[in-house]
Design a protein around this ligand. Structure first.
Ligand SMILES: C[S@@+](CC[C@H](N)C(=O)[O-])C[C@H]1O[C@@H](n2cnc3c(N)ncnc32)[C@H](O)[C@@H]1O
Length: 372
């Protein structure tokens, strides 16, 4: 194994790491929303992140990247902390997973509950779907049984819900320690600073490649200068590029799913069928070698972490995860090393409940690593 797990508070552990030593850090921070009652998911996002960002700024090489998974409700505080510590906000990648559940309460029901009004079940049924949303009759697409609002306020606010949409994406903040001089100077001196786009391209189908090549072969030389085209965004079609054999330039949106209309632009793994994909993303993360389960509440897909590591880390670089959980990052590094990379990695995890007792995360991580 070319890396290790260190148990402890990440601030203390990072204080032992040399200045300008690390090429990348990819971490899934707490959300500070007390997610599933976890004690490590409490506190102040800004103060917590500022301390960590300052230490990361010291140990990351010039031009090196820090990628942090966040939450729409708190990631602005994390961004402010990293900016205040000296990092540049380089981008934000949206990971679209689409399978979250809305957790809203029904406002009409809340009004009835507050008034102590019981709702009798109604015989009436509401159609959901069917052709043009119209009842299709017996055997058609019938919806759930609804129970009628009772109080005046419940009738007015029927159909309204408490705030929030169905969660379908997770932002990944991309921070970069400023370059020392130009890209060339920085990369020559520190060995990092760019993104490995070719390693992370989105494969295109033969049909897509043909479409792109046909378009580019019809390039017409326009009378407009490049400058005008850039300003007005016009004549993009005149400039169509032939297909890149390695695939499309990756976007700041990523999905591991093949069933969405945008998948061909955003899924780096289209060669997998949906079944293989869910096997890869569930079995690998959730089932351990001895048949027990990975019970960490926020496990990330290994393939996604591998893609992120490849994007921002040289093949023989040093990469960290300072909130490692069940060490998906370490597992991803070991798999990449098996496939020709030579990464050195370190995963830091506190693994403690509020009484200092182990939550079993490192034990799970060791089982995952042993399985490789
Ligand atoms: C969101 S989880 C990461 C899960 C991980 N992505 C995985 O796939 O298993 C965040 C982890 O950070 C750990 N953590 C929180 N505060 C920490 C600290 N100060 N030092 C080290 N680890 C910490 C928690 O114990 C938790 O397991």
């Amino acid at each position: 194994m070319n890396g290790k797990i260190i148990k402890g508070d990440n601030l203390k552990v990072m204080s032992k790491i040399k200045d300008n030593y690390v090429d990348s850090c990819i971490s899934d921070f707490p959300y500070w929303l007390e997610f599933m009652g976890n004690h490590w998911d409490k506190g102040s996002p800004y103060e917590w992140s500022l301390d960590r960002a300052r230490e990361l700024f010291r140990i990351i090489k010039h031009g090196g990247f820090v990628l942090i998974f966040g939450h729409a409700k708190t990631n602005h505080r994390v961004k402010a902390a990293f900016e205040d510590a000296g990092f540049n906000i380089a981008d934000e990648i949206d990971w679209l997973y689409m399978t979250g559940f809305p957790k809203n309460q029904d406002i009409g029901k809340l009004f009835d509950k507050r008034a102590g009004a019981k709702r009798p079940l109604s015989e009436k049924q509401r159609p959901i779907g069917g052709k043009n949303g119209v009842y299709e009759g017996q055997g058609g697409n019938w919806g759930e049984t609804i129970n009628e609002p009772q109080t005046e306020l419940a009738k007015i606010w029927d159909g309204w819900k408490t705030t929030g949409l169905k969660p379908a994406k997770e932002p990944i903040m991309v921070f970069q320690k400023p370059l020392e001089g130009t890209y060339c100077n920085n990369i020559e001196k520190h060995g990092c600073g760019g993104m490995n786009i070719d390693a992370c391209r989105i494969p295109s189908s033969e049909e897509d490649k043909k479409m792109m090549n046909d378009k580019s072969s019809k390039n017409i030389t326009s009378n407009y200068s490049d400058k005008e085209a850039k300003i007005y965004g016009a004549f993009a079609e005149d400039k169509a590029m032939p297909a890149n054999e390695l695939g499309r330039f990756p976007m700041n949106i990523i999905t591991l799913d093949d069933q969405f209309w945008f998948s061909k632009w955003a899924n780096p793994f289209p060669q997998w069928t949906d079944q293989e994909l869910s096997k890869k993303c569930m079995t690998k993360e959730k089932t351990l070698l001895d048949g027990t389960k990975n019970t960490h509440p926020t496990v990330k897909p290994v393939e996604l972490i591998k893609w992120l590591i490849k994007l921002v880390t040289p093949m023989n670089g040093v990469t960290l995860d300072i909130t490692a959980g069940s060490c998906t990052h370490g597992v991803a590094c070991e798999e990449l090393n098996r496939d020709g990379y030579n990464l050195k990695w370190c995963d830091i995890e506190m693994d403690e409940d509020e009484n200092g007792k182990s939550l079993g995360y490192i034990e799970i991580a060791n089982k995952r690593l042993k399985a490789i």
